[in-house]
Ligand binder design. Sequence first.
Ligand SMILES: [Zn+2]
Ligand SMILES: [Zn+2]
Length: 239
Amino acid sequence: MLLNQKFIFSLQIIAYSSLIYAIFNFTLSQWFIILCLYFIITCLGIIICYHRLLTHRSFKTHPIIENILTLVGCFALQGSPISWGSAHLTHHKYADLKKDPHSPHFGFLKAWFGSPLAKIDILQIRKLNRNTYQKFIHKYYFLLVSITYLLIFYYFGIEYNLMLCSASGLSWIAVSMVNTITHMYGSRKYNINNKSTNNKLIAFLTFGEGYHNNHHHAPQNYKFSNNDISGIIIEKYLK
Ligand SMILES: [Zn+2]
Ligand SMILES: [Zn+2]
């Protein structure tokens, strides 16, 4: 498990490096592709599938859609849904306490960059851990991602690898912004037992995830606010 976490941390560094390369070298049309990929892997893959569907089971969709979205989420380079979800449920359980894997109140940079290295508890996600497809994705995650990147390289060229990897860099930023900023700055609708906030700017940049205080108040809700883009997509197309 520890090795797995180090790999995820390495993927984060690779994603950030690609993003820096893209900032200095890519054209506007390449950036358009990166932003489209950012929407696909972050909104559909991480937020809707990894977070709201697989981790919190806040809605039900067709198993084929669930399995396809799981694959989409894999390309955000944030590990398998089992490892992502277990870390996230640990966060919900211990939000802003010592055992929280990424509370900014115990070191902002550690929370931003070091969250993949935090000790996680696989027992938090027992149900997902019993799903054969999810177990397969968890076991062969790195092989799956590596083969896909090799295929992209073979058929499309290195610049497409870099564009996808840069979108992953943006996706890491989105998740880290929610983990850190929406536990520090913003308004609080619910006076619950942690420091979570609602932050409209972060919500805009992260397809609704920034309504984080609402989410901590009711993690079982698939829609965090009336302006929550991801919640609207779930409501209209996935439920
Ligand atoms: Zn939180
Ligand atoms: Zn959550």
